[in-house]
Write a protein that binds this ligand. Structure first.
Ligand code: IMP
Length: 198
């Protein structure tokens, strides 16, 4: 069985590949398709973007495609950055620019305001025969004002998980996949895979 991950995001690709590594699946990503023209992520929801990415990559490659659209929703910032998480600090922003912008916004608020936040993830799978599924998952945590940890990607260093007393960036890849929004969605995706195997 062959699957293409409809992403260029190295962090996402690593996590999804790790999740599928015990299955007899050859996993590709957009890094294997350098001529793919790219997708404009102009959806207003994670679902719209995830489905658009999976559908376009399935058509382009002729293989089963899975796409993840995800984001960080901070309660005190009215659920920002949300669907715009990857470009919160601007179209060319990297993870450190986005973290800086979140911290700037949080520091403008009263110190005792709730720092509750949720990572959201929507995974879409599309088969060339037209079959498709969508899975939504989330992971609860709190924002901290001083980044901690070197693992993971994106906002992981400022996303604190009270139950584990550490940030997402202090977890190993395996542990992150056990508890994260993406890990939980991938677990459910794996249960659906038999119906995509001829
Ligand atoms: P997308 O490619 O539009 O889905 O962008 C998702 C963005 O949300 C990423 O670029 C990160 O900024 C953020 N994000 C999603 N999942 C995670 C995660 O597991 N850790 C940290 N940041 C994440």
């Amino acid at each position: 069985m062959e699957i293409v991950i409809a992403s260029n995001n190295k962090g996402k690709i690593e996590e999804i590949k790790n999740y599928l590594s015990d299955k007899n699946i050859i996993v590709f990503s957009l890094e294997d398709y350098p001529d793919f023209p790219g997708i404009i992520e102009d959806g207003k929801t994670y679902f719209e973007n995830a489905f658009k990415k999976a559908h376009a990559v399935c058509q382009y490659t002729g293989k089963i495609a899975i796409a993840d659209d995800s984001g960080l929703e901070i309660e005190a910032l009215n659920k920002a950055p949300g669907v715009y998480s990857s470009r919160y600090a601007g179209p060319q922003a990297g993870a450190s620019d986005n973290i800086k912008k979140v911290l700037e916004e949080l520091k403008k608020l009263p110190q005792d305001i709730s720092k509750k936040a949720t990572f959201k993830c929507v995974i879409s799978i599309v088969h060339p025969n037209g079959n498709s599924d969508v899975i939504k998952e989330s992971c609860e945590g709190e924002m901290i004002l001083k980044p901690r940890g070197n693992n993971g990607f994106g906002y992981d260093p400022i996303f604190f998980i009270p139950l584990l007393n550490c940030t997402m960036a202090e977890l190993t890849l395996a542990k992150k996949n056990e508890i994260s929004h993406r890990g939980k969605a991938m677990k459910r995706l794996k249960e659906l895979l038999p119906k995509y195997i001829k």
